[in-house]
Design a protein around this ligand. Structure first.
Ligand code: SF4
Length: 163
């Protein structure tokens, strides 16, 4: 059976980001994996009920997705609205989808408070990032899904295809 891969919807061209844009990834293996039916797209924020466009959100206080999951960090919009529960809902939906499709791997968009897996914005809405994960990436990892940044698709290709 071919390995299925959970992937952030915006990476395959869906205009689902907060500002109505996509973040198309251009790694050549993605086209092949898509043609092979391996990709399982999800946008945790849309799945949770957010619309496009929506207010930008960040994990507050320089914290990370693990703290969001254990209840010690909040996710807020640029106007200070607490949207933590919606982000947690999106993370759970993404995990359920990964489990339904038996995905052992995910490729997620870095810097996002949902999908970031190596860096995220620091909560000041000033464009500064720090090492950390979004809520969805953290929940997937806690449940055994190996998460790769969209900047590191080559590492997943080596893992799956062996080259
Ligand atoms: S939540 Fe993830 S999939 Fe949705 S727009 Fe943000 S980075 Fe892309």
């Amino acid at each position: 059976m071919k390995e299925k891969i959970l992937i952030s919807s915006c990476l395959i061209g869906q205009p689902v980001r907060y500002n109505g844009t996509a973040k198309q990834a251009h790694h050549p293996v993605l086209t092949r994996w898509q043609n092979e039916g391996r990709l399982v797209p999800v946008c945790p924020e849309l799945a949770a009920g957010f619309s496009v466009p929506r207010s930008p959100s960040e994990i507050a206080d320089n914290l990370s997705g693990e703290e969001v999951l254990n209840g010690t960090a909040r996710i807020v919009t640029d106007t200070g609205q607490d949207v933590t529960s919606l982000f947690l809902s999106g993370a759970r939906i993404a995990l359920a989808l990964a489990q339904q499709h038996k995905c052992r791997y995910a490729i997620l968009t870095d810097n996002s408070p949902s999908c970031g897996s190596t860096t995220i914005y620091d909560g000041t809405f000033s464009g500064k990032t720090h090492p950390g994960t979004g809520a969805t990436a953290a929940l997937l990892r806690q449940n055994g899904v190996e998460v790769f940044s969209h900047t590191d698709i080559g590492s997943l290709q080596k893992r799956i295809d062996g080259f």
